[in-house]
Ligand binder design. Structure first.
Ligand SMILES: [Fe+2]
Ligand SMILES: [Fe+2]
Length: 147
């Protein structure tokens, strides 16, 4: 299997994004613990694991495409202090993931790359679920939606 350089670039960007999300949600889980929100901390940890599995899937695909020794660069994303801030910054990360993967999916479709299109579509669907869950939680807190 070989991939078009543009699709390989999307996979690499996706890998970076997923590790950034793992980092953010892990830091948020500790902050939630500090706020005494044990159940929420557990949810954030579970969310970090979801993103870790996404990272593995993208990394595996890069290997399959012959990219030797893929590596990732996590970008520091805001953590937040209050519960609403944690939810809000998480929501921004999920929105960014949805945006990148929708764009990657369109690129795969244009290039008739069905296999990578399936991968991006599957993970995009997970991110939509993550996004909707955070959006629901923010509404429960009566927070203003910013987008
Ligand atoms: Fe993800
Ligand atoms: Fe996500």
């Amino acid at each position: 299997m070989s991939g078009h350089p543009r699709i390989v670039a999307y996979l690499q960007r996706a890998l970076n994004h997923e590790f950034s999300a793992v980092q953010q949600f892990t830091l948020q889980a500790v902050q939630a613990e500090r706020l005494g929100l044990g159940a929420f901390a557990g949810e954030l940890r579970a969310g970090a694991l979801d993103e870790l599995r996404h990272a593995e899937a993208f990394c595996r695909r890069l290997h399959e495409l012959g990219v030797g020794s893929p590596s990732a660069q996590a970008v520091g994303r805001p953590v937040g202090r209050t519960q609403v801030e944690l939810l809000h910054f998480g929501l921004l990360t999920e929105a960014e993931a949805m945006r990148i993967y929708a764009e990657a999916l369109r690129c795969c479709e244009r290039m008739a790359d069905a296999e990578n299109a399936r991968l991006f579509a599957r993970i995009h669907a997970d991110e939509v679920q993550h996004y909707q869950e955070l959006e629901r939680r923010l509404r429960e807190h009566g927070a203003e939606m910013t987008h």
